[in-house]
Design a protein around this ligand. Sequence first.
Ligand SMILES: *Cc1c(COP(=O)(O)O)cnc(C)c1O
Length: 314
Amino acid sequence: MLPLSNIQTIMHPLFEKYQITVKIKRDDLIHPIISGNKWRKLQGNIAYAKEKGIRNLLTFGGSYSNHIHAFSYACMHHGLSSVGIIRGEASYSKNFTLSCAQRCGMTLKFVDRKTYRKRDDLEYLAQLNNEYPDHLLVPEGGSNNLALSGVGNVISELKHQTRFNTLMLPVGSGGTIAGLINADNGQHNILGIAVLKQGEYLQKKVEDLLPENRVGLSNWRIMTEYHYGGYARFSKFDSERIRNFSFEVGIPFEPVYSGKMVLALLDLIEANYFPKGHTVMLLHTGGLQGLAGLIEQDRITASEWLLPPELQAR
Ligand SMILES: *Cc1c(COP(=O)(O)O)cnc(C)c1O
């Protein structure tokens, strides 16, 4: 099978100075809308729904969520209907992400923060099951056991594409790294960068997602000290570092996920974390639609960022 995305080698003075090779798997280029890890994670969920004859899918997300964005498109693509339980107010429905989701046929239901916090509570899920019978409930970020196999394809593709020592990626809800750990089965170092504060709980969350015969593996870790201020937060200084790096290497990154992986990479190299001769493989998890939301909220300036073609065209 053809790989869904290509590998590029990234040239940068810092990599040369420390004698590190850095490559990147461009999952951001899989598709203009359903780019990145969310597409991979949804494969198994959609296959399961089809197999069971379930025609409707429901999931959860914030108002600028990459997952909501990808989920709505993936469902439309497969002829399934979708519902998004969205944290926030109905006035958000006009933003970039949610208007796109609605164009893909997603029905939005807005809930307050307190309700949203119950998104994994069995009681609340049972209530939603009543309200939306015949729907497959997919957790926030799409991170469930069904997500592992689709993400695992990253590893089988890489095996045919190139060699590397460490695979590095940003971690949010943990499903992506779990899929990689499961498929890699101890072959490489897998280094996750938690993009949120106090991400220590992610260790257990990932272990819970892994099948039993993968739980003892010690070739992976999630670093929790490289969140650079917490989820979707970033300083002017750090966003400038991400932008500069994007222009230097000619690859777009956003400051919520992939940009934090970039910052951690640069900081870890300077801290001599990687030995000379080491090859790091970055997984570009996509999520570049998030840049549109940040521009819309005046949190970043469009002209200062390297935008992917699908956002330039706007
Ligand atoms: C959701 C997301 C992640 C995190 O993936 P998890 O499986 O939730 O850990 C990383 N990068 C991007 C761009 C994302 O949208």
